[in-house]
Write a protein that binds this ligand. Structure first.
Ligand SMILES: O=C(O)CCC(=O)C(=O)O
Ligand SMILES: [Fe+2]
Length: 347
Protein backbone atom coordinates (compact mmCIF):
# COMPACT_ATOMS: atom_id res chain seq x y z
CA UNK A 1 0.00 0.00 0.00
CA UNK A 2 1.18 3.48 -0.72
CA UNK A 3 0.40 6.39 1.55
CA UNK A 4 -1.68 9.15 0.03
CA UNK A 5 -1.55 11.17 3.23
CA UNK A 6 1.24 13.32 1.77
CA UNK A 7 1.99 16.70 3.26
CA UNK A 8 4.16 18.04 0.48
CA UNK A 9 4.46 17.76 -3.27
CA UNK A 10 7.58 16.13 -4.70
CA UNK A 11 9.94 18.14 -6.92
CA UNK A 12 11.39 16.15 -9.84
CA UNK A 13 14.17 17.19 -12.19
CA UNK A 14 13.05 15.75 -15.53
CA UNK A 15 16.12 16.72 -17.56
CA UNK A 16 16.99 12.99 -17.67
CA UNK A 17 13.95 12.43 -19.91
CA UNK A 18 15.89 14.25 -22.65
CA UNK A 19 18.93 11.98 -22.20
CA UNK A 20 19.97 9.46 -24.82
CA UNK A 21 20.50 6.91 -22.08
CA UNK A 22 17.46 4.77 -21.26
CA UNK A 23 18.75 4.40 -17.68
CA UNK A 24 18.48 8.17 -17.21
CA UNK A 25 14.98 8.22 -18.68
CA UNK A 26 13.89 5.26 -16.54
CA UNK A 27 15.25 6.91 -13.42
CA UNK A 28 13.11 10.02 -13.99
CA UNK A 29 10.11 7.88 -14.97
CA UNK A 30 10.35 5.94 -11.74
CA UNK A 31 10.20 9.16 -9.71
CA UNK A 32 7.29 10.42 -11.80
CA UNK A 33 5.42 7.13 -11.27
CA UNK A 34 5.93 7.27 -7.52
CA UNK A 35 4.62 10.85 -7.34
CA UNK A 36 1.65 9.95 -9.57
CA UNK A 37 0.72 7.04 -7.28
CA UNK A 38 1.35 8.64 -3.90
CA UNK A 39 0.29 12.23 -4.54
CA UNK A 40 -1.13 12.73 -8.02
CA UNK A 41 0.79 16.02 -8.12
CA UNK A 42 4.44 16.81 -8.83
CA UNK A 43 6.57 19.85 -9.54
CA UNK A 44 8.91 19.52 -12.49
CA UNK A 45 12.14 21.40 -13.12
CA UNK A 46 14.79 20.76 -15.77
CA UNK A 47 11.92 21.01 -18.28
CA UNK A 48 13.71 23.22 -20.77
CA UNK A 49 10.89 25.76 -21.29
CA UNK A 50 12.60 29.05 -22.22
CA UNK A 51 11.83 31.77 -19.64
CA UNK A 52 11.09 34.33 -22.39
CA UNK A 53 8.16 32.26 -23.66
CA UNK A 54 6.67 32.37 -20.16
CA UNK A 55 7.24 36.11 -19.85
CA UNK A 56 5.65 36.77 -23.25
CA UNK A 57 2.60 34.64 -22.36
CA UNK A 58 2.10 36.44 -19.03
CA UNK A 59 2.38 39.79 -20.77
CA UNK A 60 -0.20 38.80 -23.41
CA UNK A 61 -2.64 37.54 -20.76
CA UNK A 62 -2.31 40.71 -18.67
CA UNK A 63 -2.98 42.92 -21.67
CA UNK A 64 -5.99 40.87 -22.74
CA UNK A 65 -7.70 40.84 -19.33
CA UNK A 66 -6.98 44.55 -18.76
CA UNK A 67 -9.43 45.39 -21.57
CA UNK A 68 -13.07 46.34 -20.97
CA UNK A 69 -15.66 43.61 -20.42
CA UNK A 70 -17.38 44.69 -23.66
CA UNK A 71 -14.17 44.24 -25.63
CA UNK A 72 -13.46 40.82 -24.09
CA UNK A 73 -17.06 39.68 -24.66
CA UNK A 74 -16.52 40.07 -28.42
CA UNK A 75 -14.73 36.74 -28.07
CA UNK A 76 -17.28 35.11 -25.71
CA UNK A 77 -16.90 31.33 -25.64
CA UNK A 78 -20.67 30.93 -25.91
CA UNK A 79 -20.57 32.47 -29.40
CA UNK A 80 -17.68 30.35 -30.67
CA UNK A 81 -18.22 27.31 -32.86
CA UNK A 82 -15.97 24.96 -30.93
CA UNK A 83 -15.90 26.11 -27.30
CA UNK A 84 -12.98 28.53 -27.35
CA UNK A 85 -12.43 32.14 -26.38
CA UNK A 86 -13.30 34.37 -23.43
CA UNK A 87 -14.92 32.85 -20.35
CA UNK A 88 -16.34 35.66 -18.20
CA UNK A 89 -16.55 35.56 -14.44
CA UNK A 90 -19.54 33.48 -13.31
CA UNK A 91 -19.66 31.31 -16.43
CA UNK A 92 -18.27 28.19 -14.77
CA UNK A 93 -19.62 26.40 -11.73
CA UNK A 94 -17.71 23.61 -9.96
CA UNK A 95 -17.91 21.71 -6.67
CA UNK A 96 -19.41 24.30 -4.36
CA UNK A 97 -22.21 25.18 -6.73
CA UNK A 98 -21.13 28.82 -6.45
CA UNK A 99 -19.69 30.55 -9.51
CA UNK A 100 -15.91 30.81 -9.56
CA UNK A 101 -14.20 34.13 -8.99
CA UNK A 102 -12.16 34.08 -12.19
CA UNK A 103 -12.13 34.85 -15.89
CA UNK A 104 -10.33 32.89 -18.59
CA UNK A 105 -9.34 32.71 -22.23
CA UNK A 106 -9.47 29.22 -23.71
CA UNK A 107 -7.16 28.24 -26.56
CA UNK A 108 -7.38 24.86 -28.29
CA UNK A 109 -4.91 22.68 -30.15
CA UNK A 110 -4.20 24.51 -33.42
CA UNK A 111 -6.37 22.25 -35.57
CA UNK A 112 -5.67 22.12 -39.31
CA UNK A 113 -8.81 23.14 -41.33
CA UNK A 114 -8.82 19.85 -43.15
CA UNK A 115 -8.24 17.51 -40.20
CA UNK A 116 -10.92 14.76 -40.29
CA UNK A 117 -12.01 15.63 -36.71
CA UNK A 118 -12.53 19.27 -37.75
CA UNK A 119 -14.42 18.29 -40.89
CA UNK A 120 -16.61 15.97 -38.82
CA UNK A 121 -17.47 18.94 -36.54
CA UNK A 122 -16.28 17.00 -33.51
CA UNK A 123 -17.24 18.83 -30.30
CA UNK A 124 -14.39 20.86 -28.73
CA UNK A 125 -12.24 20.60 -31.90
CA UNK A 126 -11.88 23.50 -34.33
CA UNK A 127 -10.44 26.90 -35.04
CA UNK A 128 -9.30 29.21 -32.30
CA UNK A 129 -10.74 32.66 -31.64
CA UNK A 130 -8.07 35.37 -31.74
CA UNK A 131 -8.70 38.81 -30.28
CA UNK A 132 -7.78 41.91 -32.24
CA UNK A 133 -4.95 42.62 -29.81
CA UNK A 134 -1.39 43.19 -30.94
CA UNK A 135 1.14 40.61 -29.93
CA UNK A 136 -1.37 38.13 -28.43
CA UNK A 137 -1.80 35.26 -30.91
CA UNK A 138 1.93 34.79 -31.54
CA UNK A 139 3.18 34.42 -27.94
CA UNK A 140 0.13 32.35 -26.95
CA UNK A 141 0.57 29.93 -29.87
CA UNK A 142 4.31 29.86 -29.29
CA UNK A 143 3.80 28.87 -25.64
CA UNK A 144 1.11 26.35 -26.63
CA UNK A 145 3.52 24.62 -28.98
CA UNK A 146 6.33 24.51 -26.41
CA UNK A 147 4.18 23.32 -23.51
CA UNK A 148 2.54 20.70 -25.73
CA UNK A 149 5.96 19.37 -26.68
CA UNK A 150 6.78 19.19 -22.98
CA UNK A 151 3.51 17.26 -22.53
CA UNK A 152 4.58 14.68 -25.09
CA UNK A 153 7.88 14.30 -23.25
CA UNK A 154 6.13 13.89 -19.89
CA UNK A 155 3.77 11.32 -21.40
CA UNK A 156 6.80 9.31 -22.50
CA UNK A 157 7.94 9.36 -18.86
CA UNK A 158 4.52 8.33 -17.50
CA UNK A 159 4.42 5.57 -20.15
CA UNK A 160 7.75 4.19 -18.99
CA UNK A 161 6.53 4.40 -15.40
CA UNK A 162 3.56 2.23 -16.41
CA UNK A 163 5.78 -0.35 -18.10
CA UNK A 164 4.68 0.74 -21.59
CA UNK A 165 6.83 1.72 -24.57
CA UNK A 166 7.76 5.41 -24.41
CA UNK A 167 5.80 6.16 -27.57
CA UNK A 168 2.72 4.15 -26.53
CA UNK A 169 0.33 7.14 -26.75
CA UNK A 170 1.97 8.98 -29.69
CA UNK A 171 -0.41 7.68 -32.38
CA UNK A 172 -3.39 8.73 -30.23
CA UNK A 173 -2.35 12.39 -30.19
CA UNK A 174 -2.95 14.02 -33.59
CA UNK A 175 -5.54 16.76 -32.91
CA UNK A 176 -6.64 16.44 -29.28
CA UNK A 177 -9.18 18.52 -27.35
CA UNK A 178 -6.29 19.84 -25.21
CA UNK A 179 -6.91 23.34 -23.97
CA UNK A 180 -4.48 25.95 -22.81
CA UNK A 181 -6.35 28.24 -20.43
CA UNK A 182 -5.18 31.69 -19.52
CA UNK A 183 -6.84 32.22 -16.14
CA UNK A 184 -7.07 35.54 -14.33
CA UNK A 185 -8.21 35.66 -10.72
CA UNK A 186 -8.90 39.34 -10.12
CA UNK A 187 -8.22 40.97 -6.78
CA UNK A 188 -11.59 41.56 -5.12
CA UNK A 189 -11.56 42.17 -1.40
CA UNK A 190 -15.36 42.24 -1.20
CA UNK A 191 -16.02 38.69 -2.42
CA UNK A 192 -15.08 37.06 0.87
CA UNK A 193 -16.74 33.68 0.62
CA UNK A 194 -16.11 32.75 -2.98
CA UNK A 195 -13.46 30.22 -3.94
CA UNK A 196 -11.12 31.17 -6.78
CA UNK A 197 -12.00 27.83 -8.30
CA UNK A 198 -14.00 25.12 -6.52
CA UNK A 199 -12.68 21.64 -5.71
CA UNK A 200 -12.43 19.38 -8.75
CA UNK A 201 -10.27 16.86 -10.60
CA UNK A 202 -9.01 17.57 -14.11
CA UNK A 203 -10.64 15.47 -16.84
CA UNK A 204 -7.73 14.77 -19.14
CA UNK A 205 -4.57 12.63 -18.91
CA UNK A 206 -2.54 15.18 -16.97
CA UNK A 207 -2.20 18.94 -16.58
CA UNK A 208 0.85 21.20 -16.92
CA UNK A 209 0.22 24.29 -14.83
CA UNK A 210 2.13 27.53 -14.51
CA UNK A 211 0.88 29.62 -11.55
CA UNK A 212 2.33 32.98 -10.50
CA UNK A 213 1.00 33.23 -6.91
CA UNK A 214 0.07 30.84 -4.07
CA UNK A 215 -3.56 29.77 -3.78
CA UNK A 216 -3.58 26.28 -5.29
CA UNK A 217 -4.39 23.56 -2.74
CA UNK A 218 -4.32 19.79 -3.16
CA UNK A 219 -6.32 17.29 -1.11
CA UNK A 220 -4.69 14.30 0.57
CA UNK A 221 -6.44 11.15 1.73
CA UNK A 222 -7.05 12.63 5.18
CA UNK A 223 -9.14 15.31 3.50
CA UNK A 224 -6.52 17.96 4.33
CA UNK A 225 -5.68 20.73 1.89
CA UNK A 226 -1.94 20.91 1.13
CA UNK A 227 -0.50 24.12 -0.36
CA UNK A 228 1.02 24.05 -3.84
CA UNK A 229 2.62 27.50 -4.20
CA UNK A 230 4.76 28.40 -7.21
CA UNK A 231 8.38 27.37 -6.67
CA UNK A 232 11.71 28.01 -8.42
CA UNK A 233 14.85 25.94 -8.49
CA UNK A 234 18.14 27.51 -9.60
CA UNK A 235 16.16 30.42 -11.00
CA UNK A 236 13.91 28.17 -13.11
CA UNK A 237 10.15 28.24 -12.52
CA UNK A 238 8.72 24.80 -11.83
CA UNK A 239 5.61 23.53 -13.58
CA UNK A 240 2.96 21.90 -11.44
CA UNK A 241 1.88 18.61 -13.01
CA UNK A 242 -1.22 16.77 -11.88
CA UNK A 243 -2.79 13.50 -12.90
CA UNK A 244 -6.22 13.76 -14.55
CA UNK A 245 -9.18 11.40 -14.71
CA UNK A 246 -7.96 9.56 -17.82
CA UNK A 247 -4.70 8.36 -16.27
CA UNK A 248 -6.63 7.34 -13.15
CA UNK A 249 -8.92 5.16 -15.31
CA UNK A 250 -6.00 3.70 -17.32
CA UNK A 251 -4.29 2.62 -14.12
CA UNK A 252 -7.49 1.60 -12.31
CA UNK A 253 -6.73 4.15 -9.61
CA UNK A 254 -2.99 3.43 -9.15
CA UNK A 255 -2.33 6.94 -10.45
CA UNK A 256 -4.64 9.37 -8.70
CA UNK A 257 -6.54 12.28 -10.18
CA UNK A 258 -6.13 14.31 -7.02
CA UNK A 259 -8.72 16.91 -6.28
CA UNK A 260 -7.59 20.48 -5.96
CA UNK A 261 -8.95 23.99 -5.64
CA UNK A 262 -7.77 27.58 -5.68
CA UNK A 263 -8.55 29.56 -2.57
CA UNK A 264 -9.06 33.28 -2.63
CA UNK A 265 -5.75 35.00 -2.06
CA UNK A 266 -4.94 38.62 -1.33
CA UNK A 267 -3.29 38.99 -4.71
CA UNK A 268 -4.28 39.23 -8.27
CA UNK A 269 -3.32 35.87 -9.76
CA UNK A 270 -2.68 34.46 -13.23
CA UNK A 271 -2.32 30.77 -13.96
CA UNK A 272 -1.98 28.83 -17.19
CA UNK A 273 -2.99 25.16 -17.28
CA UNK A 274 -2.47 23.03 -20.39
CA UNK A 275 -4.79 20.03 -20.18
CA UNK A 276 -3.02 17.23 -22.01
CA UNK A 277 -5.43 14.78 -23.64
CA UNK A 278 -5.43 12.13 -26.37
CA UNK A 279 -7.63 12.45 -29.46
CA UNK A 280 -11.39 12.83 -28.92
CA UNK A 281 -12.40 9.28 -29.78
CA UNK A 282 -9.65 7.56 -27.78
CA UNK A 283 -11.21 4.94 -25.53
CA UNK A 284 -9.73 4.61 -22.09
CA UNK A 285 -10.11 1.57 -19.90
CA UNK A 286 -7.83 0.06 -17.25
CA UNK A 287 -4.67 -1.43 -18.77
CA UNK A 288 -4.60 -5.21 -18.42
CA UNK A 289 -1.81 -5.19 -15.83
CA UNK A 290 -3.86 -2.99 -13.48
CA UNK A 291 -7.31 -4.42 -14.15
CA UNK A 292 -8.44 -6.38 -11.12
CA UNK A 293 -11.85 -6.99 -12.66
CA UNK A 294 -13.64 -4.56 -10.35
CA UNK A 295 -16.38 -2.62 -12.04
CA UNK A 296 -15.25 0.71 -10.61
CA UNK A 297 -13.63 2.02 -13.81
CA UNK A 298 -15.79 1.78 -16.88
CA UNK A 299 -14.54 2.41 -20.39
CA UNK A 300 -14.63 6.09 -21.27
CA UNK A 301 -14.13 8.07 -24.44
CA UNK A 302 -11.75 10.93 -23.65
CA UNK A 303 -13.66 13.42 -25.77
CA UNK A 304 -17.09 12.40 -24.49
CA UNK A 305 -15.87 12.64 -20.93
CA UNK A 306 -14.47 16.13 -21.48
CA UNK A 307 -17.51 17.27 -23.44
CA UNK A 308 -19.96 15.95 -20.88
CA UNK A 309 -18.07 17.69 -18.07
CA UNK A 310 -18.12 20.95 -20.07
CA UNK A 311 -21.86 20.55 -20.72
CA UNK A 312 -22.39 20.32 -16.97
CA UNK A 313 -20.15 23.18 -15.85
CA UNK A 314 -20.40 26.05 -18.39
CA UNK A 315 -23.48 28.21 -18.01
CA UNK A 316 -24.09 28.64 -21.75
CA UNK A 317 -23.82 24.89 -22.33
CA UNK A 318 -26.03 24.04 -19.34
CA UNK A 319 -28.67 26.34 -20.83
CA UNK A 320 -28.45 24.61 -24.21
CA UNK A 321 -28.83 21.22 -22.53
CA UNK A 322 -31.81 22.49 -20.50
CA UNK A 323 -33.47 23.76 -23.71
CA UNK A 324 -32.84 20.44 -25.44
CA UNK A 325 -30.52 22.03 -28.05
CA UNK A 326 -27.62 19.82 -26.91
CA UNK A 327 -27.61 16.52 -25.08
CA UNK A 328 -25.12 14.74 -22.86
CA UNK A 329 -23.16 11.94 -24.54
CA UNK A 330 -24.60 8.51 -23.77
CA UNK A 331 -21.70 7.54 -21.55
CA UNK A 332 -21.63 10.84 -19.67
CA UNK A 333 -20.21 10.68 -16.18
CA UNK A 334 -21.35 12.84 -13.31
CA UNK A 335 -19.05 15.54 -12.03
CA UNK A 336 -16.66 14.73 -9.16
CA UNK A 337 -16.54 10.95 -9.63
CA UNK A 338 -12.75 10.61 -9.61
CA UNK A 339 -9.80 10.87 -7.26
CA UNK A 340 -9.97 11.89 -3.65
CA UNK A 341 -13.24 13.71 -4.14
CA UNK A 342 -15.05 10.42 -4.16
CA UNK A 343 -13.74 9.69 -0.64
CA UNK A 344 -13.69 13.20 0.74
CA UNK A 345 -16.52 15.37 -0.39
CA UNK A 346 -15.36 18.84 0.59
CA UNK A 347 -17.87 21.16 2.24
O1 LIG B 1 -5.21 28.22 -11.10
C1 LIG B 1 -4.73 27.18 -10.67
O2 LIG B 1 -3.69 27.14 -10.01
C2 LIG B 1 -5.40 25.86 -10.93
C3 LIG B 1 -6.45 25.90 -12.01
C4 LIG B 1 -7.13 24.59 -12.15
O3 LIG B 1 -7.09 23.75 -11.30
C5 LIG B 1 -7.91 24.29 -13.37
O4 LIG B 1 -8.13 25.21 -14.18
O5 LIG B 1 -8.29 23.12 -13.55
FE1 LIG C 1 -7.69 21.85 -12.12
Amino acid sequence: MTSKTFTEIPVIDISGLYSESIEDRLSVAEQMGKAARDVGFLYVVGHGMPADKITALRDAAKRFFAQSEAEKMKYYIGSSASHKGFVPEGEEIYGTGKPDKKEAYDVGFPAPHDHPLVKAKTPLIGQNEWPALDNFKEPVLDYYEAVFALGRKLFSGFSLALGLPENHFESMITCPPSKLRLIHYPLDTEAEDRPGIGAHTDYECFTILLPDQPGLEVMNDNGEWIDAPPIKKNGEEAFVINIGDMLEVLTAGKFVATSHRVRKVAHERYSFPLFFACDYHTLIRPLEQFDDGSAEYKELSIGEHMYSQALQSYRYLREKVAKGELSLPERATGVATFGHLKNNKPA
